[in-house]
Every structure is written in structure tokens, then in C-alpha cells.
Design a protein around this ligand. Sequence first.
Ligand code: ZN
Length: 284
Amino acid sequence: MPLNRIDLSDINHPALLARMVHKLLGKQEGSVPVEDIAKALDISEVRLDRFDGFEGMLLTDTVRSTGCILANISKGHRRARFTVAHELGHFLMERHQLSATTGFTCSTRDMRESREGRQHLRQETQANQFAIELLAPDYLMEPFYSHDPDLRDAQHLMNSLDVSLEACVRRMVERRDEPLAAVWSHNGTVRYFAKGADFPFLNLSRGDRIPQTSAAHRAITNASPGFTQFVEADPHPWTGRSNLELYEQTRVANKGHAVTLLWAELPEDEEDGGLKELGIPGFR
Ligand SMILES: [Zn+2]
């Protein structure tokens, strides 16, 4: 592999770092060979196994003279691939401070971290940004996009890129042009959500019930696995607002799990964050 850590040194922005890896690698087809990439970048060993108490571990030192990655396989190989990419991110971003003298230990929660707060949160967020950009670069995602947003696209992406459905949905919400959000629920109760930058405020918190008037609620109550069609939704219970159009689609999985995709159409003066109104061209 035409990869070298020297070409990647001093890039501290996680997405730019992953894009540089792809630039050096050249175009790939199908799933990104994350273990081979790690080994080409001086990770001496990648161990996939069932571990208790952590999702991923990077054994290294402050100057990264050595690196060994352990990834927990107990939640499936797609999760483990993400974990390997996450730990590789900690390895390559040398400003990341070790969480123990032997390196980094990362939890399931760390793998979902997206906040930019204290150093620890920021590091986990950056490792996740690196991981998803490495495993699901735009050029491998875009051929799978339907004209309109569709959760089925995420399922096809999952199979092609060998990345979890959740990661594919998060990526779609973040990268597509439409204002999108996704809400994960269990037995009709919100677990967490992700929203794109253009999506308005989401009026839900962890532990809230999915709005009773929604198609999502009906689909979850019926509990038959599969995808619903996109239908118009009452925007108020989801967003606390009535002056926008909202559409929703749900994928019902087994054991009470579901994900709902929300697609907002904003009033014209709010598109592009209101920049049009100010006569300033948007950046998208
Ligand atoms: Zn981590």
C-alpha cells in the first residue's frame, strides 16, 4: 500500500487526515481495508476478539513509536471495523493525550461521542470523525444515494461499505444536502438522535416517547420489520414548530428497535441558514 506516516504527520484535522489517506491510497471499490491500512501505517498488530469492559484499545506511547489495536468483536464485525478505524485515529493524531500510561481505552459511549467539550470528549469526537471519513468517504457513498433521502440507501451502504447501519444513517444525515435528522428508539422511547447542520431544533430528549400522532409511532406499534414510505408528518411534536414541512420514514428492526429519518423543508427565508435573505451566497 502506498501509505506512509510521514505524509500524514502534522495533519490534526480528523476529516482532512482521512481524506489524505484516501488520496494516497487511490480509489477503492467496496469496503475500505481498514486493517491493512492500519498495518501500512505502523500498527504492528490488530486483534479482534471478545473483550469485556471496553470497545477498543490502542497500546502505544506518547510519541507513537509503537501501536497495537484491540477491537471488541462481540457486537459484530462492522462495529469492530469502526473501532479499528477509531483507534487508528488516536494513533495518527499525535496531539491526542493517552488515557493511561499504556495508551487509550475506549468505551461504547466513546464510539458515539460527538460533543466538543473537554479534551477527552474532543479526542473521542475526532477519532469518530476520522473513522467515519475513512470507512465511508463521499466518493463511495454517493453512488448509493437515491434522488430523495431514503433509509434503504443506508442499508445498501451498510452492505457495500461493511459499516454498521447506524453509522451509514449518521453519515447520510450529515452529508446529504437536505435538512435531515435521525432518531433511534427502543420500544417507542427515544435513545439518541443525530441531525444535520441545516435541520432545525429537534424537540426530543433521551427517554421521551416517540410522538403518538406520528407514522413512526404506528409503525413501531405494529412491530412488523421493514421500511415505511416517507409520509408527511405533523412537525410540531418533533420540532416544536409548525411553520415548516416535515416528512418521516421509519425502519423497524427486531426486538423493539427502530430508526426514524426526518426530512424538513424550511420556509424559504431560512434555507441556507438565512444567508439568501442577507444576499450572501451559501457555501453548499
Ligand atoms: Zn477513543
